[in-house]
Write a new protein. Structure first.
Length: 220
């Protein structure tokens, strides 16, 4: 409390905010602790487009401040990845050079849809056949797709488990995508996912496949 002198009179004035001010402050803090959807403002500005990939600028309205904020986003057509497993419990993996990380990496067969009428499941089967020459006997959808970068991209990855995989054809390759097919025991592949692999979609697809393959996760 503070004392204020006014025209020779003394009265006590509270230094605490009013009930209305306290209520408004609580509402403001509550709004900041609960995420809200941001609305797009206008159409995206195209910065670059090549090889079926786009880089754009998109404005959004920040619901917490009312201000417009601009973000750079990138993307391409949705992708499919498949964990192919043979009847002898071998994973059919691929090894190839990737320009983005500038490394030769071990990963799973994967790729983007080539036609508007091609389903993501058909894409997974086609990529497996083209990259390895293998076909699946049966295939399991591994659940909702994953975004490759939730803050910066609209591109999704759909994941599948391929069972009873058998080699029926020769792989189809070109000079821009030289691929080495690898047969890796399933237990060894899981160990590599835990300690070595750097391709997120391969790791997530493997994790989601575990219970379909008879594995369980137990806490030590």
């Amino acid at each position: 409390m503070v004392r204020r002198i006014l025209h020779g009179l003394t009265r006590r004035v509270s230094s605490q905010p009013s009930a209305d001010a306290r209520h408004d402050d609580r509402q403001r803090r509550r709004a900041l602790t609960k995420p809200r959807m941001w609305n797009k403002v206008g159409s995206p500005t195209l910065l670059a487009e090549k090889y079926n990939k786009k880089l754009v600028l998109q404005k959004f309205r920040n619901p917490h401040t009312g201000e417009e904020e601009e973000y750079s986003l990138f993307g391409q057509k949705d992708c499919s990845v498949i964990l192919p497993v043979t009847d002898s419990n071998e994973v059919i993996a691929v090894e190839q050079y990737k320009q983005g990380c500038n490394r030769i990496i071990l990963e799973l067969p994967a790729g983007t849809t080539e036609r508007d009428d091609e389903t993501v499941a058909a894409t997974a089967k086609r990529e497996l056949l083209e990259e390895t020459g293998f076909r699946v006997t049966s295939m399991i959808d591994l659940g909702p797709p994953q975004f490759i970068a939730t803050r910066n991209s609209w591109t999704r990855v759909f994941m599948f488990l391929g069972l009873g995989c058998k080699r029926t054809d020769a792989p189809v390759q070109d000079t821009s995508e030289v691929i080495l097919m690898r047969r890796i025991p399933l237990d060894d592949w899981i160990r590599r996912c835990l300690k070595e692999l750097v391709e997120p979609s391969a790791i997530v697809a493997t994790f989601r496949s575990l219970h379909h393959l008879g594995y369980s996760i137990k806490r030590r």
